[in-house]
Design a protein around this ligand. Structure first.
Ligand SMILES: Cc1ncc(COP(=O)(O)O)c(C=O)c1O
Length: 359
């Protein structure tokens, strides 16, 4: 665990420890060199541990959104179903439409999780090549029942399951193999606690077969191109080398902590936040059965404007997230993921209490 005190609680990017930041100063090396291949092949098994797969785990030099777009371009010829419960799951729908696919949506109100039975009904009405969802909806602090949704998709169809695990991977259970997830993607700057610039993603064998039958997948957006280069321990283009060094160092920390322990630490941070919120007049904006272990989206007590509170905290050196999109004026978001520990959150809560007491 970090010995540094953390005062940075954005829902991404998250706090990066000093040793991981320092790792980025490693030398430039050729990305087709033996040294890079050794670095790459040492990273792969640890990414498999994080994503719980024995299959391929790739790295894209991009933020997650490019891999979302790539996943649609690579796996869907025409019909895709987008499960929408907030701004980031909505992004899957926007991308699907913008690249000209026939995109249907199943939506639930902001603050709620997607009910697997809604997915079942949609799949009984029509055949889809893929179903998209955001495992953890960062705009609302909602975690979706991914395992159950994937189960329903497999029971009802042969559609691929495309999962945005951007703000859940390494902070909540994501079981690629045992839950049958076809593409899982997560950018480096959330619960992985690495600087932004890389996206980790998986591609199942059956997804790879489906990709092979899709035309016009682009160059930077072709998931099979990544897969083939990956199998030769390489990347499709010049990679963001400093972030590879950071990831390499941070994966040591993650594996040392252990996935189960890391998930439990995040769940405990959420419980701590819930106890503090209740005692201090803050309410969860997300439904009780769907609270995210990595982000708490809260409504402040009556008379407290969340943008003012965010600003007052900034003056004291604490960073939290404001509300997102349509919830901007009414909520705030505390990212308790990555390397955050209980004592860090307690420091934040103390600062909030002081601000409220003096206002
Ligand atoms: C759930 C979720 N999906 C997608 C994204 C977009 O990720 P990126 O900015 O890495 O493209 C974010 C960013 O916050 C997110 O939280």
């Amino acid at each position: 665990m970090a010995s540094e005190e953390i005062r940075f609680f954005l829902p991404g990017p998250t706090y990066v420890t000093e040793e991981v930041r320092r790792a980025m100063t490693g030398p430039m090396i050729g990305h087709r060199s033996a040294v890079f291949k050794a670095l790459y092949t040492s990273i792969t098994p640890r990414l498999q541990q994080v994503t719980r797969t024995t299959g391929d785990v790739m790295l894209a030099t991009s933020s997650a959104t490019l891999v979302m777009e790539s996943a649609i371009l690579s796996t869907v010829r025409t019909e895709v179903l987008n499960l929408v419960c907030g701004a980031f799951s909505e992004r899957w729908h926007a991308i699907s439409q913008m690249v000209g696919r026939q995109a249907d949506r199943v939506s639930v109100p902001w603050g709620e999780a997607v009910d697997p039975e809604l997915v079942r009904s949609a799949l009984r009405r029509k055949r889809y090549e893929a179903v998209t969802l955001a495992h953890n909806e960062t705009s609302t602090g909602v975690i979706n029942p991914l395992r159950e949704i994937a189960e329903v998709v497999h029971e009802e169809s042969d559609a691929l399951v495309l999962v945005d695990a951007v703000s859940s991977l390494a902070g909540a259970p994501v079981e690629v193999d045992s839950w049958g997830l076809d593409v899982v993607l997560a950018s480096s700057q959330k619960a992985l606690a690495v600087p932004p610039g890389l996206t980790v993603f998986t591609l199942s064998e059956r997804a790879a077969e489906q990709v092979a039958g899709v035309d016009n997948r682009g160059f930077y957006t072709d998931l099979l191109r990544y897969r083939d280069k990956h199998r030769a321990a390489g990347t499709i283009t010049t990679p963001a080398l400093p972030i590879f060094y950071a990831l390499d160092r941070q994966l040591e920390r993650i594996v040392d902590e252990g996935m189960e322990a890391r998930w439990e630490r995040h769940r405990e941070l959420q419980r701590l936040t819930a106890r503090w919120a209740e005692a201090n007049g803050f309410e969860y904006a997300s439904a009780e059965n769907a609270r995210s272990p990595t982000i708490s989206c809260l409504t402040p007590p009556a008379g407290v404007a969340s943008p003012d509170l965010v600003q007052a905290l900034a003056k004291q050196g604490f960073t939290i997230g404001g509300g997102y999109g349509e919830w901007k004026p009414t909520t705030l978001r505390i990212g308790h993921m990555g390397e955050v520990r209980e004592q860090d959150l307690e420091g934040l809560f103390g600062a909030i209490e002081e601000i409220l007491a003096s206002s």
